[in-house]
Write a protein of this length. Structure first.
Length: 191
């Protein structure tokens, strides 16, 4: 039996490949891990209408792969067929479909075994790229007071920064928010 928790701790950072802003693991590496930890399992591309290994939708085309062992499907994963800008392709050629199938295999194996799963969370290494912290309670209180002092519409202010409330404002946006409100104060004084 596989130990997902232990396998998910394997550091594959030396094997990460990049395509634009996306990080991924090569399919031969992941098939190797599948064979190493589940020697009787296979990874297959799903066949759709007419035996095609992809499905066309109005939004683009998709492939699906699945892990199978002893005639039992264990896990599956879908992936769009994408171009070199990571945009869905509406009418792909077989080369593009094959590339999508191979990427989908790698992701499917990663999800099932846990190996390299952190890469698909947008991380390059476990524990890195944690979400940005929000402003402190004191900073939030200061912004609320400033919006009132300068006569700014609090709802519009929050909407501008795409937050429901100032306490959800990312810390990196605090200075910008203060400067914006101070400029509004200066404009009010000039009038």
């Amino acid at each position: 039996m596989i130990d997902f928790k232990e396998l998910s701790k394997i550091d594959v950072s030396n094997y990460i490949e990049k395509k634009g802003k996306l990080s991924y693991l090569s399919w031969p590496l992941m098939v190797g891990y599948l064979r190493e930890h589940m020697c009787d399992a296979t990874i297959q591309a799903r066949k759709f209408e007419g035996g095609l290994p992809y499905i066309l939708t109005p939004a683009g085309s998709m492939v699906e792969t699945y892990i199978e062992m002893e005639d039992k499907e264990l896990w599956s994963e879908w992936l769009p067929v994408m171009d070199n800008r990571n945009k869905a392709i509406k009418e792909p050629d077989m080369f593009e479909i094959n590339k999508a199938i191979q990427r989908c295999k790698a992701k499917c194996i990663s999800e099932y075994l846990g190996i390299g799963l952190y890469i698909y969370k947008g991380e390059d290494l476990p524990g890195e790229n944690d979400p940005e912290p929000n402003i402190t309670d004191e900073q939030s209180k200061h912004l609320v007071e400033l919006t009132t002092d300068v006569g700014a519409d609090y709802g519009k202010f929050c909407k501008f920064f795409k937050v429901d409330d100032t306490d959800k404002l990312p810390a990196s946006q605090y200075k910008k928010a203060v400067v914006m409100l101070e400029k509004k104060r200066e404009a009010n004084e000039d009038n």
